[in-house]
Design a protein around this ligand. Structure first.
Ligand code: CP
Length: 305
């Protein structure tokens, strides 16, 4: 395995590295005491809103015995508002912290940050680009439910154009044996060509499908929110919303052993009346973010492999 210096995109993770990270996450969950990194500091630099990613990174660092410095709403509360470039902010922050988790509104921002940073950068979401640590916790959740990640039909529903989590997850699923991916989206939110080409080139079966057929066939249903913040034309947004909903009326169509995931936050795409159904695993999925992020921070800050 090559040493991991930064986490920028899902394509960095091969099967061996994925297995290693998942095993490490299992250990973190059981007993993090052998993995403590006291004195290390994480900076969380978030230019876009977040609940799960920022707090789970911070919780992960604290559970590893480290410390956290943080700028949320960085567009407003950091020197971005005075015109500071991302490059300058990263160079300065790297002097204050051992590792930086960055969420930014522009595609490619994490790569740019890594190019000027003396400390590891973790992409915590770059616009409509990627969200690799989310994809890792998504895959970890799938692996924990099915024991392996081969021969699974995964149905992705919602905003596949602007949803960075589904893009990152497609790259990871392509690492496994015989996945089948079903895309269900409003016409204006179709999966982008680069991902469709990647899947075809890597012999991953994929197809666009109607909602009801897809949820009947899926082992894993991955719901997503329509990303209002990425739409320039609110009329198009209005056309895209509220097309696909999971509620009690469709529950009998879902396989008894299927799981339903969502990166959260949700709007109306999964009715809360389903939350107690054991197939709904989105809160467990969010919790898994802590163990995966502990494993990633440890990996980046130590020579543990
Ligand atoms: N899944 C996710 O990225 O959630 P947040 O935007 O709350 O971090």
């Amino acid at each position: 395995m090559e040493k991991l210096n930064h986490i920028i995109e899902s394509q960095q993770f091969d099967r061996e590295l994925l297995d290693y990270i998942f095993s490490l996450a299992d250990l973190m969950k059981t007993d993090p005491s052998p993995f403590q990194i006291p004195g290390k500091i994480m900076a969380t630099l978030f230019y876009e809103p977040s609940t799960r990613t920022r707090l789970s990174f911070e919780s992960a660092m604290l559970q590893l015995g480290g410390n956290v410095i943080s700028t949320e709403s960085a567009q407003e509360f950091s020197s971005f508002s005075k015109g500071e470039s991302l490059e300058d902010t990263i160079k300065v922050t790297a002097g204050y912290a051992d590792i930086i988790a960055l969420r930014h509104f522009e595609i490619g921002s994490a790569k740019l940050a890594a190019s000027v940073s003396s400390k590891p950068i973790i992409n915590a979401g770059d616009g409509a680009g990627q969200h690799p640590t989310q994809a890792l916790l998504d895959l970890y959740t799938i692996r924990n439910h099915f024991n392996n990640i081969n021969n699974l039909t995964v149905c992705m529903i919602g905003d596949l154009r602007y949803g960075r989590t589904v893009r990152s997850l497609c790259y990871l699923l392509g690492r496994f044996y015989n996945p089948r991916i079903l895309f269900v989206s409003p016409k204006i939110c179709r999966m982008e060509e680069d991902i469709r080409q990647f899947l075809t080139k890597n012999d991953v079966q994929w197809e666009e499908m109607d909602f009801q057929t897809a949820i009947k066939e899926a082992d894993c249903i991955y719901m997503t929110r329509i990303q209002k913040e990425r739409f320039l034309d609110m009329n198009l947004y209005a056309q895209a919303i509220d097309q696909f909903r999971l509620d009690k009326s469709v529950l009998p169509m879902i396989k008894p052993r299927a799981i339903v995931m969502h990166p959260l936050p949700r709007e109306k795409e999964i009715h809360p009346e389903l939350d107690d159904d054991p197939r709904m695993v989105y809160f467990e999925q969010a919790q898994n973010g802590v163990w995966i992020r502990m494993a990633l921070i440890h990996l980046l800050l130590t020579s543990s492999r």
